[in-house]
Design a protein around this ligand. Sequence first.
Ligand code: ATP
Ligand code: MG
Ligand code: MG
Length: 563
Amino acid sequence: ETSKPLNFLEQIITQDLEAGRHDALVTRFPPEPNGYLHIGHAKSICLNFGLAERFGGRCNLRFDDTNPAKEDQEYVESIVRDVQWLGFDWDGDIRYASSYFEQFYEWALHLIREGKAYVCHLSAEQTKEYRGWATKPGKDSPHRDRSVEENLAEFEKMRAGEYDEGACVLRAKIDMASPNMNMRDPMLYRIRKQAHHQTGDKWCIYPTYDFAHGQEDAIEGITHSICTLEFADHRPLYEWFIENLPVPSTPKQYEFARLELNYTVTSKRKLKQLVDEGFVDGWDDPRMPTISGLRRRGVTPAAVRNFCDVIGVTKSGSTIDVATLEHAIRDDLNNVAPRAMCVLDPLLLTVVNFDQVAADGHAVEEGVATMQQPVHPNDESRGIRELPFTETLYIDRADFNEDSSLSRKKFKRLVAGEYVRLRGSYVIKAEDVIKNDAGDITEIKVSLVAATVGSNPPEGIRPRGVIHWVSASHNIDCEVRLYDRLFNDAAPDAGDKNFLDYINPESLSIVSGAKAEMSLHKAKAEEAYQFEREGYFCLDAKHSQEGSIVFNRTIGLKDTWAN
Ligand code: ATP
Ligand code: MG
Ligand code: MG
């Protein structure tokens, strides 16, 4: 990690600190509480909090809550939870842009008094027309040259609620011919007669993002205000406000490329549409690229942080392969997830010589012997699991085949008349295949090979492989939810494509009647297990009930989308 070259932001910060331009680095993560955070936000969180950690600085969590129309306390709470879950802690109290509204108002008055802002009564449509376009200079608003007194009086009327929404706005007086559209007298305040989740009915005028953001940074002493590339064109305006207002500090804006992932949409608006129109089971649906969805799916915070580290930070955009995220998820779960066995499609085995278990010296009580397996194969300190071993067992239907001509290489499982090892237990032989009238296999009679628990079978007996199993009498009945990518197109919202047309109809399949080993009674929501040979799974708190447990598959053991 120490040998990794510094990214462009780390270089800038290093130079600024070395030159003594700041005593300490101060960054912020500034979400608008108008939706749940997604994987793109995780990149910004890891970046801002990560820089503060690396340089011994501070990072604020600030809600950029300047538009009550789309914001909600539910979103505030989810964002706090998600940032904490990722393992970051902010400096001091949680901050709200709305707690600076009085100050912003004072600064708006300051601009008016300096002749740098005016109340404009053009409609939204007229404003657009007057603004012109890149190659055509704009036209001055007829209200641009009002006196300071008139502007102060008009702005006071706006604040007092004497105008309807949309009747007028406060604009900065900058340059209607600027090649940068953002400088053509941008809007500072608009009327919104809506209660705000933090300030209630106190205000009916609200500052725009542009008028608020840099001043929030200045109030908080932010040194490096890091945002995504689409704000690069707003930087001259950000700087104009800092220069033209008596702000307490001079933050600087820097831009980096936002995270784009293939097979994924990362826009709160589109994710909200998936929720509102019922395509998914809420913002935390395990298929959603939200932080809460990843969490419910069993993804670890370390996996998300490692992913953000791997993709790095750059000044130009590119799309990241979602397989990179999936790889980070598998990598971390392989290290941390306890092992367990769960049979998704149970096929009954009956042991015809169960007496052999006692004959081999294993304790058998009321028909139950106990086999042992490590919680984690690479970490003895995590202890062992006890697996009840009984006369009837389940294996997965896909792990048996009647066709003994199948090559040993291709089918490393149980075949009629041959041998296989049950993980952590006996080598068994398939003696007899029982079928119902319809010809479906309903049961396999098997025999145990004596003294093969933890020991090789005698010469001449060659098990084809090792398969997982559970006791048919001592197990947990459960439902398993298998997830796949939510979109079946690599770029579901590219160009004018409608992302809703590319929802993968097989993104969720529900398997009921799966049989899991008893140790999973301890399973807790969001804590992933490796179900041997099946993938990583975690308990779903939303759908599990007393006596009917639901497991989400976090991810398979291998990438099935490769090639
Ligand atoms: P969306 O476009 O999904 O609505 P947003 O940018 O409007 O997201 P904010 O709440 O304003 O959402 O974002 C908070 C911070 O997260 C901002 O600094 C923003 O730049 C950053 N951010 C948002 N999306 C991404 C992304 N895909 N990659 C990196 N950073 C992002
Ligand atoms: Mg937004
Ligand atoms: Mg934004």
